[in-house]
Design a binder for this molecule. Structure first.
Ligand code: 1CP
Length: 365
């Protein structure tokens, strides 16, 4: 059963479908969070994970940036470790640090013990989504999300945030079959989280493989891509736009596009017209008999989050450059559309007014 809304001309959905939107859609990764005084206030006595399992609170926090900035999409307030927690893994999100796992998965028996996800444990998330959909207008979409298996595996294997992902890479290379088992056990947790959100009525979804950029393309293709592709295949029947994003993935853009998303998120390091050429080139090489138009994807990105600290004139110059590069790719037929975003998340100490002004610049361009 799906509660999906029928939205006819929301700018985000128009752009994601390769049609011309009434205005260029814009939203920001981590738009909910510490950059907003109203978020700091509402979270001051509530733990991060507690707020992710409280329908009223998660809906309120999801809506805060939409009300304040006039962005074209809400992103569900949750975290990539929420379904892992719901499955029963002992973990917490520690303020100023991130997800910390009590007993990291290192051996075959650790991995064997990774529990399965009971969809009922995500009912608070579904209830929160219902509240959000009640408040959004028919021009505003709700994006659901999940962490991709590699990025989730990194937290589970390392036990917390990691600078270089050594233990994760060591497992991948020293015990490739065990690595494969781990990825196969994480995959249903990811698809279960996405399915719960799809059934609750999200309008689009994003799969975050935030740390995939630490891998060589060769390792990504061999040890990660098949699992991310299985997830995109599994949720294709929902018929909603699917976005794939990672940080520092310039060398992987083509391979990540081969996983199957309609929209590819690009970090700030690669100009969007270059990104489009890499993506369409890789898709054409994988499907030489196909039609050229079939190889173009929608681009999402890619303002450097640090630009929020650079002042209006500098931000505006960057917004113009980025939109120009996206439009050039669309004109050339290497991209089908553009959704404006950052190259990664909003920094917690960003001035909220700088975010609002940036949204206005994109809309008025
Ligand atoms: O107390 C707090 O406010 C904690 C900070 C915080 C927030 C606001 C964390 C801990 N998670 C979140 C919310 C969150 N996480 C969202 C909300 C929606 C929005 O974008 O507005 C999303 C999409 C995520 C997803 C997430 N969590 C990712 C993928 C996105 C990305 O940033 O690359 C990752 C890698 C995480 C792990 C995580 N959770 C929190 C932190 C600080 C981290 C990163 C830790 C690290 O550096 O490894």
């Amino acid at each position: 059963m799906s509660n999906r809304r029928q939205l006819s001309d929301a700018p985000f959905l128009e752009a994601a479908a390769g049609r011309t939107p009434s205005r260029r859609p814009v939203w920001f990764m981590r738009q909910a969070g510490r950059s907003l005084p109203e978020y700091r206030e509402i979270r001051k006595d509530v733990g991060m994970l507690d707020s992710c399992f409280n329908p009223e609170l998660l809906a309120e926090i999801t809506m805060q940036p939409v009300r304040r900035h006039d962005v074209d999409a809400a992103i569900l307030f949750s975290d990539i470790v929420v379904p892992v927690k719901a499955a029963g893994v002992d973990l917490d999100i520690v303020a100023g640090r991130g997800p910390v796992v009590a007993e990291p998965l290192r051996t075959a028996s650790d991995i064997e013990r990774l529990p399965e996800l009971d969809p009922d444990s995500l009912k608070p998330v579904a209830d929160g989504i219902a509240r959000i959909l009640d408040e959004l207008t028919d021009q505003q979409v709700l994006i659901g999300f999940a962490g991709a298996p590699f990025t989730l595996a990194s937290y589970l294997v390392e036990g917390g945030p990691s600078r270089n992902h050594e233990r994760t890479k060591a497992l991948m290379h020293s015990e490739p079959e065990l690595w494969d088992t781990l990825m196969r056990r994480i995959t249903p947790i990811v698809t279960g989280f996405l399915r719960a959100q799809i059934d609750a009525g999200i309008d689009a979804l994003q799969l975050f493989d935030s740390w995939a950029g630490f891998l060589t393309e060769r390792d990504y293709r061999r040890h990660v891509l098949p699992h991310s592709k299985a997830i995109f295949d599994e949720v294709a029947d929902a018929g909603i736009p699917r976005i794939h994003f990672g940080v520092g993935t310039g060398e992987l853009l083509g391979a990540m596009a081969e996983a199957g998303p309609e929209v590819v998120g690009v970090d700030w390091r690669v100009p969007l017209d270059d990104a489009a050429a890499r993506i369409s080139g890789a898709l054409a090489a994988a499907d030489p008999a196909g039609d050229r138009a079939e190889h173009a994807r929608v681009l999402q990105g890619n303002l450097d989050p640090a630009m929020f600290f650079a002042g209006n004139a500098a931000i505006e110059a960057e917004v113009r450059r980025i939109c120009g590069e996206a439009d050039r790719a669309i004109d050339r037929g290497t991209a089908r559309g553009h959704i404006f975003n950052l190259g990664h998340g909003v920094p917690p100490n960003t001035d909220a007014d700088a975010i609002t002004r940036t949204v206005k610049m994109v809309h008025e361009l």
